[in-house]
Design a protein around this ligand. Structure first.
Ligand code: FAD
Length: 391
Protein backbone atom coordinates (compact mmCIF):
# COMPACT_ATOMS: atom_id res chain seq x y z
CA UNK A 1 0.00 0.00 0.00
CA UNK A 2 1.28 3.43 -0.90
CA UNK A 3 1.27 6.02 1.88
CA UNK A 4 0.81 8.94 -0.53
CA UNK A 5 -2.75 10.22 -1.00
CA UNK A 6 -4.52 13.15 -2.62
CA UNK A 7 -6.47 13.74 0.60
CA UNK A 8 -6.31 12.44 4.16
CA UNK A 9 -9.38 12.65 6.35
CA UNK A 10 -8.96 12.55 10.13
CA UNK A 11 -12.05 10.94 11.67
CA UNK A 12 -14.39 8.13 10.60
CA UNK A 13 -17.74 9.58 11.67
CA UNK A 14 -20.48 10.44 9.19
CA UNK A 15 -18.69 13.63 8.04
CA UNK A 16 -15.39 11.91 7.36
CA UNK A 17 -17.03 8.98 5.56
CA UNK A 18 -19.44 11.00 3.41
CA UNK A 19 -16.66 13.42 2.45
CA UNK A 20 -14.34 10.55 1.58
CA UNK A 21 -16.95 8.95 -0.66
CA UNK A 22 -17.67 12.20 -2.52
CA UNK A 23 -13.95 12.90 -3.04
CA UNK A 24 -13.25 9.36 -4.24
CA UNK A 25 -16.12 9.60 -6.71
CA UNK A 26 -14.35 12.66 -8.13
CA UNK A 27 -11.22 10.59 -8.70
CA UNK A 28 -9.14 11.54 -5.67
CA UNK A 29 -7.07 8.96 -3.83
CA UNK A 30 -8.36 9.27 -0.28
CA UNK A 31 -7.53 7.82 3.14
CA UNK A 32 -9.56 8.00 6.34
CA UNK A 33 -7.54 7.68 9.55
CA UNK A 34 -9.77 6.80 12.52
CA UNK A 35 -8.31 6.39 15.98
CA UNK A 36 -11.01 4.00 17.08
CA UNK A 37 -13.31 2.20 14.64
CA UNK A 38 -15.75 3.60 12.08
CA UNK A 39 -18.81 5.04 13.82
CA UNK A 40 -17.51 4.32 17.31
CA UNK A 41 -17.60 8.04 18.15
CA UNK A 42 -20.72 10.19 18.59
CA UNK A 43 -22.04 9.33 15.11
CA UNK A 44 -22.78 5.75 16.16
CA UNK A 45 -24.59 7.01 19.28
CA UNK A 46 -26.57 9.71 17.52
CA UNK A 47 -30.34 9.88 17.95
CA UNK A 48 -30.18 10.25 14.16
CA UNK A 49 -33.38 12.25 13.84
CA UNK A 50 -33.86 13.34 10.26
CA UNK A 51 -35.98 16.47 10.10
CA UNK A 52 -35.83 19.64 8.07
CA UNK A 53 -37.02 22.17 10.60
CA UNK A 54 -34.29 24.81 10.26
CA UNK A 55 -34.58 28.57 10.18
CA UNK A 56 -31.91 29.37 7.59
CA UNK A 57 -32.42 28.73 3.90
CA UNK A 58 -29.04 27.03 3.59
CA UNK A 59 -29.43 24.60 6.50
CA UNK A 60 -33.04 23.83 5.49
CA UNK A 61 -31.87 23.10 1.92
CA UNK A 62 -29.02 20.92 3.21
CA UNK A 63 -31.51 18.99 5.36
CA UNK A 64 -33.86 18.48 2.41
CA UNK A 65 -31.04 17.33 0.11
CA UNK A 66 -29.88 14.91 2.82
CA UNK A 67 -33.40 13.57 3.43
CA UNK A 68 -33.60 12.58 -0.24
CA UNK A 69 -30.26 10.77 0.12
CA UNK A 70 -31.47 8.89 3.23
CA UNK A 71 -34.66 7.95 1.36
CA UNK A 72 -32.66 6.61 -1.62
CA UNK A 73 -29.64 5.39 0.30
CA UNK A 74 -29.60 1.86 -1.12
CA UNK A 75 -30.02 3.00 -4.73
CA UNK A 76 -27.24 5.57 -4.33
CA UNK A 77 -24.68 3.70 -2.24
CA UNK A 78 -25.65 0.04 -2.23
CA UNK A 79 -25.95 -0.27 1.55
CA UNK A 80 -28.64 0.46 4.12
CA UNK A 81 -29.17 3.39 6.49
CA UNK A 82 -32.28 2.16 8.30
CA UNK A 83 -34.33 5.25 7.51
CA UNK A 84 -37.76 5.01 9.18
CA UNK A 85 -40.36 7.53 8.14
CA UNK A 86 -42.50 8.44 11.16
CA UNK A 87 -43.16 12.13 10.60
CA UNK A 88 -41.78 14.96 12.78
CA UNK A 89 -43.56 17.46 15.02
CA UNK A 90 -42.13 20.70 16.43
CA UNK A 91 -44.23 22.01 19.33
CA UNK A 92 -43.91 25.64 20.48
CA UNK A 93 -45.56 27.98 22.95
CA UNK A 94 -47.62 31.05 22.04
CA UNK A 95 -44.64 33.43 22.14
CA UNK A 96 -42.97 31.44 19.37
CA UNK A 97 -45.95 31.06 17.05
CA UNK A 98 -44.90 33.89 14.71
CA UNK A 99 -41.40 32.42 14.52
CA UNK A 100 -42.73 28.97 13.78
CA UNK A 101 -44.94 30.26 11.00
CA UNK A 102 -42.05 32.22 9.46
CA UNK A 103 -39.88 29.12 9.59
CA UNK A 104 -42.56 26.98 7.97
CA UNK A 105 -42.93 29.56 5.17
CA UNK A 106 -39.15 29.56 4.59
CA UNK A 107 -39.02 25.76 4.60
CA UNK A 108 -41.93 25.50 2.16
CA UNK A 109 -40.10 27.91 -0.14
CA UNK A 110 -37.12 25.59 -0.38
CA UNK A 111 -39.44 22.66 -1.14
CA UNK A 112 -39.85 21.03 2.26
CA UNK A 113 -43.17 19.33 2.98
CA UNK A 114 -44.20 21.02 6.22
CA UNK A 115 -47.31 22.71 7.56
CA UNK A 116 -48.83 24.32 10.59
CA UNK A 117 -51.07 21.95 12.53
CA UNK A 118 -53.36 22.54 15.49
CA UNK A 119 -54.10 20.56 18.66
CA UNK A 120 -56.74 18.38 17.05
CA UNK A 121 -54.41 17.09 14.32
CA UNK A 122 -51.68 16.61 16.92
CA UNK A 123 -53.93 14.39 19.00
CA UNK A 124 -54.77 12.37 15.89
CA UNK A 125 -51.08 11.94 15.08
CA UNK A 126 -50.13 11.03 18.68
CA UNK A 127 -53.22 9.94 20.61
CA UNK A 128 -52.94 11.06 24.22
CA UNK A 129 -50.48 13.91 23.55
CA UNK A 130 -51.01 16.87 25.90
CA UNK A 131 -51.85 19.95 23.81
CA UNK A 132 -53.36 22.34 26.36
CA UNK A 133 -50.16 24.39 26.81
CA UNK A 134 -49.31 24.93 23.15
CA UNK A 135 -50.81 26.84 20.29
CA UNK A 136 -48.79 25.88 17.29
CA UNK A 137 -46.90 22.98 15.82
CA UNK A 138 -45.12 22.18 12.58
CA UNK A 139 -45.61 18.79 10.97
CA UNK A 140 -43.23 17.20 8.46
CA UNK A 141 -44.74 13.92 7.22
CA UNK A 142 -41.57 12.86 5.35
CA UNK A 143 -39.18 13.02 8.31
CA UNK A 144 -38.14 10.30 10.76
CA UNK A 145 -34.89 8.77 11.91
CA UNK A 146 -32.12 6.48 10.68
CA UNK A 147 -29.88 3.84 12.23
CA UNK A 148 -26.70 5.87 12.78
CA UNK A 149 -24.21 3.01 13.08
CA UNK A 150 -25.64 1.24 10.03
CA UNK A 151 -25.53 4.51 8.10
CA UNK A 152 -21.90 5.32 8.83
CA UNK A 153 -20.68 1.78 8.23
CA UNK A 154 -22.60 1.67 4.95
CA UNK A 155 -20.99 4.98 3.97
CA UNK A 156 -17.59 3.51 4.85
CA UNK A 157 -18.30 0.40 2.78
CA UNK A 158 -19.34 2.51 -0.21
CA UNK A 159 -16.19 4.61 0.25
CA UNK A 160 -14.02 1.48 0.31
CA UNK A 161 -15.68 0.28 -2.89
CA UNK A 162 -14.90 3.67 -4.44
CA UNK A 163 -11.23 3.13 -3.57
CA UNK A 164 -10.89 4.86 -0.19
CA UNK A 165 -8.30 3.41 2.20
CA UNK A 166 -9.69 3.20 5.73
CA UNK A 167 -7.20 2.79 8.55
CA UNK A 168 -8.90 2.08 11.86
CA UNK A 169 -7.22 2.17 15.29
CA UNK A 170 -4.89 4.74 13.76
CA UNK A 171 -4.71 7.96 15.74
CA UNK A 172 -3.25 11.01 14.06
CA UNK A 173 -0.74 12.61 16.41
CA UNK A 174 0.74 15.35 14.23
CA UNK A 175 0.23 17.36 11.05
CA UNK A 176 3.17 18.19 8.80
CA UNK A 177 3.76 21.34 6.75
CA UNK A 178 6.29 22.56 4.20
CA UNK A 179 6.16 26.32 4.65
CA UNK A 180 2.50 27.26 4.70
CA UNK A 181 1.28 24.11 2.88
CA UNK A 182 0.19 20.95 4.61
CA UNK A 183 2.09 17.85 3.47
CA UNK A 184 0.59 15.05 5.52
CA UNK A 185 0.01 13.58 8.95
CA UNK A 186 1.87 11.39 11.39
CA UNK A 187 0.75 8.64 13.74
CA UNK A 188 2.73 6.94 16.49
CA UNK A 189 4.52 4.75 13.94
CA UNK A 190 3.90 6.08 10.43
CA UNK A 191 3.77 9.11 8.19
CA UNK A 192 1.15 9.57 5.49
CA UNK A 193 1.54 12.20 2.80
CA UNK A 194 -1.16 14.31 1.15
CA UNK A 195 -1.48 17.92 -0.02
CA UNK A 196 -4.96 18.03 1.54
CA UNK A 197 -5.78 17.14 5.15
CA UNK A 198 -9.35 17.36 6.47
CA UNK A 199 -10.11 17.61 10.17
CA UNK A 200 -13.38 15.69 10.55
CA UNK A 201 -12.65 14.81 14.17
CA UNK A 202 -15.96 16.02 15.62
CA UNK A 203 -15.67 16.54 19.37
CA UNK A 204 -11.88 16.19 19.00
CA UNK A 205 -11.91 18.92 16.33
CA UNK A 206 -10.16 21.52 18.49
CA UNK A 207 -7.54 18.97 19.55
CA UNK A 208 -6.78 18.06 15.92
CA UNK A 209 -6.89 21.75 14.94
CA UNK A 210 -4.18 22.38 17.52
CA UNK A 211 -1.97 19.76 15.83
CA UNK A 212 -2.17 21.90 12.70
CA UNK A 213 -1.56 25.12 14.65
CA UNK A 214 -5.18 26.24 14.28
CA UNK A 215 -7.32 27.28 17.25
CA UNK A 216 -10.96 26.25 16.84
CA UNK A 217 -13.85 27.22 19.15
CA UNK A 218 -15.24 23.67 19.41
CA UNK A 219 -16.04 22.24 22.84
CA UNK A 220 -16.61 18.53 23.54
CA UNK A 221 -19.75 18.43 25.70
CA UNK A 222 -21.31 15.40 27.40
CA UNK A 223 -24.98 14.75 26.53
CA UNK A 224 -27.28 11.89 27.48
CA UNK A 225 -30.23 9.94 26.13
CA UNK A 226 -32.62 7.61 27.94
CA UNK A 227 -34.89 4.80 26.73
CA UNK A 228 -38.34 3.79 27.91
CA UNK A 229 -40.33 0.70 26.86
CA UNK A 230 -43.76 1.78 25.68
CA UNK A 231 -46.60 0.31 27.74
CA UNK A 232 -49.25 -2.15 26.61
CA UNK A 233 -51.62 -0.48 24.20
CA UNK A 234 -49.00 2.10 23.13
CA UNK A 235 -46.60 -0.23 21.33
CA UNK A 236 -47.05 1.38 17.90
CA UNK A 237 -44.36 3.75 16.67
CA UNK A 238 -45.07 7.46 17.09
CA UNK A 239 -43.73 10.50 15.21
CA UNK A 240 -40.53 12.22 16.29
CA UNK A 241 -41.52 15.03 18.67
CA UNK A 242 -39.37 18.10 19.35
CA UNK A 243 -41.10 19.63 22.37
CA UNK A 244 -39.59 23.09 22.72
CA UNK A 245 -41.84 23.83 25.71
CA UNK A 246 -40.49 21.00 27.86
CA UNK A 247 -37.07 21.26 26.12
CA UNK A 248 -37.24 17.57 25.17
CA UNK A 249 -37.18 15.49 22.03
CA UNK A 250 -38.39 11.92 21.72
CA UNK A 251 -38.66 9.34 18.99
CA UNK A 252 -39.50 5.68 18.53
CA UNK A 253 -36.70 3.14 18.68
CA UNK A 254 -36.78 -0.54 17.74
CA UNK A 255 -38.00 -2.94 20.43
CA UNK A 256 -41.04 -0.78 21.28
CA UNK A 257 -38.75 1.74 22.92
CA UNK A 258 -38.96 5.51 23.00
CA UNK A 259 -35.66 7.42 23.03
CA UNK A 260 -35.62 10.72 24.93
CA UNK A 261 -33.06 13.53 24.87
CA UNK A 262 -33.01 17.13 26.00
CA UNK A 263 -33.00 20.31 23.92
CA UNK A 264 -31.03 22.33 26.42
CA UNK A 265 -28.49 25.11 25.90
CA UNK A 266 -27.00 24.19 29.28
CA UNK A 267 -25.50 21.14 27.57
CA UNK A 268 -22.83 23.50 26.21
CA UNK A 269 -21.54 23.89 29.79
CA UNK A 270 -20.84 20.18 30.28
CA UNK A 271 -17.36 20.37 28.73
CA UNK A 272 -15.38 17.15 29.21
CA UNK A 273 -12.19 15.47 28.11
CA UNK A 274 -13.47 13.58 25.04
CA UNK A 275 -11.19 10.63 25.83
CA UNK A 276 -12.18 10.36 29.51
CA UNK A 277 -15.79 11.01 30.44
CA UNK A 278 -18.64 9.01 31.96
CA UNK A 279 -20.27 7.17 29.06
CA UNK A 280 -23.06 5.63 31.15
CA UNK A 281 -26.26 7.56 31.83
CA UNK A 282 -26.92 9.31 35.17
CA UNK A 283 -29.91 8.07 37.21
CA UNK A 284 -30.94 11.71 37.66
CA UNK A 285 -31.07 12.16 33.89
CA UNK A 286 -33.38 9.16 33.43
CA UNK A 287 -35.74 10.64 36.04
CA UNK A 288 -35.65 14.09 34.46
CA UNK A 289 -36.14 12.79 30.91
CA UNK A 290 -38.97 10.53 32.06
CA UNK A 291 -40.76 13.37 33.84
CA UNK A 292 -40.51 15.66 30.83
CA UNK A 293 -41.72 12.87 28.54
CA UNK A 294 -44.72 12.13 30.75
CA UNK A 295 -45.61 15.84 30.93
CA UNK A 296 -46.18 15.75 27.18
CA UNK A 297 -47.22 12.13 26.74
CA UNK A 298 -48.83 10.89 29.97
CA UNK A 299 -49.37 7.35 28.63
CA UNK A 300 -45.63 6.86 29.19
CA UNK A 301 -46.19 6.93 32.94
CA UNK A 302 -46.67 3.17 32.65
CA UNK A 303 -43.45 2.74 30.68
CA UNK A 304 -40.36 0.95 31.90
CA UNK A 305 -36.94 2.57 31.92
CA UNK A 306 -34.37 0.57 29.95
CA UNK A 307 -31.31 2.74 30.62
CA UNK A 308 -29.44 5.05 28.30
CA UNK A 309 -25.94 6.34 27.61
CA UNK A 310 -23.85 9.47 27.28
CA UNK A 311 -21.94 10.71 24.27
CA UNK A 312 -20.52 14.00 22.97
CA UNK A 313 -21.69 17.06 21.12
CA UNK A 314 -19.02 19.18 19.41
CA UNK A 315 -20.38 22.62 20.27
CA UNK A 316 -19.37 25.92 18.65
CA UNK A 317 -20.40 29.40 19.89
CA UNK A 318 -23.40 29.59 17.51
CA UNK A 319 -24.22 25.87 17.47
CA UNK A 320 -23.30 25.57 13.79
CA UNK A 321 -20.29 23.82 12.22
CA UNK A 322 -17.06 25.19 10.86
CA UNK A 323 -16.31 24.21 7.27
CA UNK A 324 -13.29 26.06 5.97
CA UNK A 325 -9.67 25.96 4.81
CA UNK A 326 -7.47 27.32 7.57
CA UNK A 327 -5.60 29.36 6.65
CA UNK A 328 -6.72 29.84 3.04
CA UNK A 329 -4.36 28.09 0.63
CA UNK A 330 -2.85 25.81 3.30
CA UNK A 331 -4.62 22.60 2.25
CA UNK A 332 -5.73 22.07 5.89
CA UNK A 333 -9.52 21.95 6.03
CA UNK A 334 -11.87 21.75 8.97
CA UNK A 335 -15.27 20.06 8.94
CA UNK A 336 -16.20 19.84 12.61
CA UNK A 337 -18.40 21.34 15.30
CA UNK A 338 -21.81 20.05 14.27
CA UNK A 339 -23.22 20.95 17.69
CA UNK A 340 -25.63 18.07 18.15
CA UNK A 341 -27.53 18.32 14.88
CA UNK A 342 -25.09 17.16 12.20
CA UNK A 343 -26.17 13.61 11.48
CA UNK A 344 -29.12 14.56 9.29
CA UNK A 345 -26.86 16.94 7.31
CA UNK A 346 -24.13 14.36 6.68
CA UNK A 347 -24.91 13.69 3.00
CA UNK A 348 -24.98 17.41 2.14
CA UNK A 349 -21.80 18.04 4.14
CA UNK A 350 -19.89 15.41 2.15
CA UNK A 351 -20.91 17.14 -1.05
CA UNK A 352 -20.02 20.59 0.32
CA UNK A 353 -16.61 19.49 1.55
CA UNK A 354 -15.84 17.83 -1.79
CA UNK A 355 -16.85 21.05 -3.58
CA UNK A 356 -14.74 23.14 -1.19
CA UNK A 357 -11.65 20.95 -1.43
CA UNK A 358 -11.78 20.58 -5.22
CA UNK A 359 -12.69 24.28 -5.65
CA UNK A 360 -15.76 23.34 -7.67
CA UNK A 361 -16.81 26.21 -9.92
CA UNK A 362 -20.53 25.85 -9.26
CA UNK A 363 -21.07 24.40 -5.77
CA UNK A 364 -24.59 23.37 -4.87
CA UNK A 365 -24.31 24.84 -1.34
CA UNK A 366 -22.34 27.87 -0.14
CA UNK A 367 -19.85 26.62 2.46
CA UNK A 368 -18.70 30.19 3.22
CA UNK A 369 -21.79 30.42 5.46
CA UNK A 370 -19.80 28.22 7.86
CA UNK A 371 -16.44 30.06 7.54
CA UNK A 372 -14.39 30.17 10.75
CA UNK A 373 -13.97 33.96 10.58
CA UNK A 374 -17.70 34.58 11.18
CA UNK A 375 -17.09 34.76 14.94
CA UNK A 376 -14.38 37.43 14.63
CA UNK A 377 -16.65 39.28 12.18
CA UNK A 378 -19.45 39.16 14.75
CA UNK A 379 -21.59 37.45 12.13
CA UNK A 380 -22.53 34.13 13.75
CA UNK A 381 -25.20 31.95 12.18
CA UNK A 382 -28.48 32.82 13.85
CA UNK A 383 -32.00 31.50 13.64
CA UNK A 384 -34.57 34.25 13.59
CA UNK A 385 -36.22 32.89 16.72
CA UNK A 386 -34.73 31.57 19.92
CA UNK A 387 -36.43 28.15 19.84
CA UNK A 388 -35.23 27.46 16.34
CA UNK A 389 -31.51 27.67 16.99
CA UNK A 390 -31.43 24.58 19.19
CA UNK A 391 -30.87 21.02 18.03
C1 FAD B 1 -26.56 11.62 21.87
C2 FAD B 1 -26.53 12.33 20.53
C3 FAD B 1 -27.71 12.52 19.85
C4 FAD B 1 -27.70 13.18 18.61
N1 FAD B 1 -28.86 13.30 17.91
C5 FAD B 1 -28.86 13.82 16.67
C6 FAD B 1 -30.03 13.83 15.90
O1 FAD B 1 -31.08 13.37 16.35
N2 FAD B 1 -29.97 14.34 14.63
C7 FAD B 1 -28.83 14.87 14.13
O2 FAD B 1 -28.85 15.36 12.99
N3 FAD B 1 -27.68 14.88 14.85
C8 FAD B 1 -27.67 14.36 16.10
N4 FAD B 1 -26.53 14.32 16.84
C9 FAD B 1 -25.32 14.95 16.30
C10 FAD B 1 -24.62 14.09 15.28
O3 FAD B 1 -24.60 12.75 15.71
C11 FAD B 1 -23.21 14.65 15.07
O4 FAD B 1 -23.29 16.02 14.69
C12 FAD B 1 -22.45 13.88 14.00
O5 FAD B 1 -22.53 12.49 14.21
C13 FAD B 1 -21.01 14.33 14.01
O6 FAD B 1 -20.30 13.53 13.09
P1 FAD B 1 -18.75 13.77 12.87
O7 FAD B 1 -18.34 12.89 11.76
O8 FAD B 1 -18.50 15.24 12.75
O9 FAD B 1 -18.05 13.39 14.25
P2 FAD B 1 -17.81 12.03 15.08
O10 FAD B 1 -18.90 11.07 14.95
O11 FAD B 1 -17.45 12.50 16.46
O12 FAD B 1 -16.52 11.42 14.40
C14 FAD B 1 -15.23 11.95 14.63
C15 FAD B 1 -14.26 10.81 14.67
O13 FAD B 1 -12.94 11.33 14.72
C16 FAD B 1 -12.15 10.39 15.41
N5 FAD B 1 -10.92 11.05 15.85
C17 FAD B 1 -10.80 12.02 16.77
N6 FAD B 1 -9.52 12.38 16.91
C18 FAD B 1 -8.80 11.62 16.05
C19 FAD B 1 -7.41 11.50 15.76
N7 FAD B 1 -6.48 12.26 16.38
N8 FAD B 1 -7.01 10.61 14.82
C20 FAD B 1 -7.93 9.81 14.19
N9 FAD B 1 -9.26 9.87 14.45
C21 FAD B 1 -9.68 10.77 15.37
C22 FAD B 1 -13.05 9.95 16.55
O14 FAD B 1 -12.65 8.71 17.09
C23 FAD B 1 -14.43 9.91 15.88
O15 FAD B 1 -14.77 8.60 15.45
C24 FAD B 1 -26.48 13.66 18.07
C25 FAD B 1 -25.29 13.47 18.77
C26 FAD B 1 -25.31 12.79 19.98
C27 FAD B 1 -24.02 12.56 20.71
Amino acid sequence: MSDIFDAIIIGGGIMGCSTALELARRGLKVAILEKNSIGAGPTGKSSAIIRQHYSNELTASMALYSLRVFQEFHERFGGECGFTQTGFLALVRAADQAGLEANIALQQQVGIQTSLVGPETLRELVPGLVTTDLVAAAYEPESGYADPYLTVTSYAQAARQAGVTILQHTAVTGIQYAGSRVTGVSTANERYQAPIVINAAGAWGAQVGQMGGVTLPINPCRVQVAFFRRPVGREATHPVVADFINATYFRSETGQLTLVGLIDHAEAKAIVDPDHYKESVDDAFILEAGERLIARYPAMEQSQSTGGYASLYAITPDWHPIMDELPAGSGFFVCSGFSGHGFKLGPAVGLMMADLVTQASNPQFDASFFRASRYAENAPVRGQYEYSIVG
